[in-house]
Design a protein around this ligand. Sequence first.
Ligand SMILES: *Cc1c(COP(=O)(O)O)cnc(C)c1O
Length: 333
Amino acid sequence: MNLYTSCFVSADRAALERLRKIPRLPRSFTPTPIDELARLRESLRADARLLVKRDDAIPVGFGGNKIRKLQVVAAQALEAGADTLITTGGIQSNHARATAAIAARLGLGCILVANGQAQEKPTGNALLDRLLGAELRYVPTREARAPAMEEAAKELRRGGRKPFVIPLGASTAHGAAAYASAVHEVLANIPPPDAIVLSTSSGGTQAGVIAGCQLHGVKTRVIGISADDPAAVIEGAIRGIHRDLAALLELPDDTFAGAAVEIDDTFVGQGYGVPTPESTEAIELCARREALFLDPTYTAKAMASLIARIRDRQLAAGTVLFWHTGGQVGLFA
Ligand SMILES: *Cc1c(COP(=O)(O)O)cnc(C)c1O
């Protein structure tokens, strides 16, 4: 037993070994750095130590949590013999851009089903989607997305191609497995933080981090800050992903059922992507104090909650890790 593993006496070693063996892209996208947020801490007069996990700095396709999930999900597609990735999101979807980037790197085709109207002069993620060579198909509503993906897949199959459909946000068991593994990456570098704060929406990232903490036997609190949906909706999604992840790791269905799923849905404001005074302050503070760029839709609202918790002393001691999930391209939308 080495020093690292001996720290985690209650870790489920067999499950961690199965997790380690799940195929992922053989490229050095990760590990990502962990940085000290000393100047932010000083300006907040925080007693807690503040750290940031830089998944915004993954050096492929402008990074972000979707690239990390796709490290595993795209490997799954390759194993299935896929020649085209199909996915969906809004016009400015980080996940769609990340999928287009991974497809380009792997030499796969990419069809993106986007709800909304094509921009005359594409900006932000939509601009990158075009540069990456993805085929865009527009649908009028969110409800029309899944059927349009199935339609595209059928069409490709009729032409003898092998499409692989990736659900919204790549929040599958495989996507969550990427984040469960990422917990190992954190614990290999720092002692278990007291709290991890991250943005949450389709739930795959938070589901993975919670599962990873449990499998390693660490008691880190994982606080997800909603970008859109009510806490109960996201919790439902996370519980579902946990059941699928347990199956993927050959564990009993209810392995993660006892885990706390902590979600704060009080920083959404007027809605998805709509700035709030707190999210605007978070963006400016992190830029000016740390040259750390938050995105307006996800990470700014998560950081706004972290800042509020420091100020009202809910997070007053120990180490708090902000998991930056990317999205900075959204600043140029
Ligand atoms: C998609 C996304 C999230 C939310 O992650 P989920 O796994 O869908 O909950 C958070 N931050 C950014 C920047 C994202 O693009």
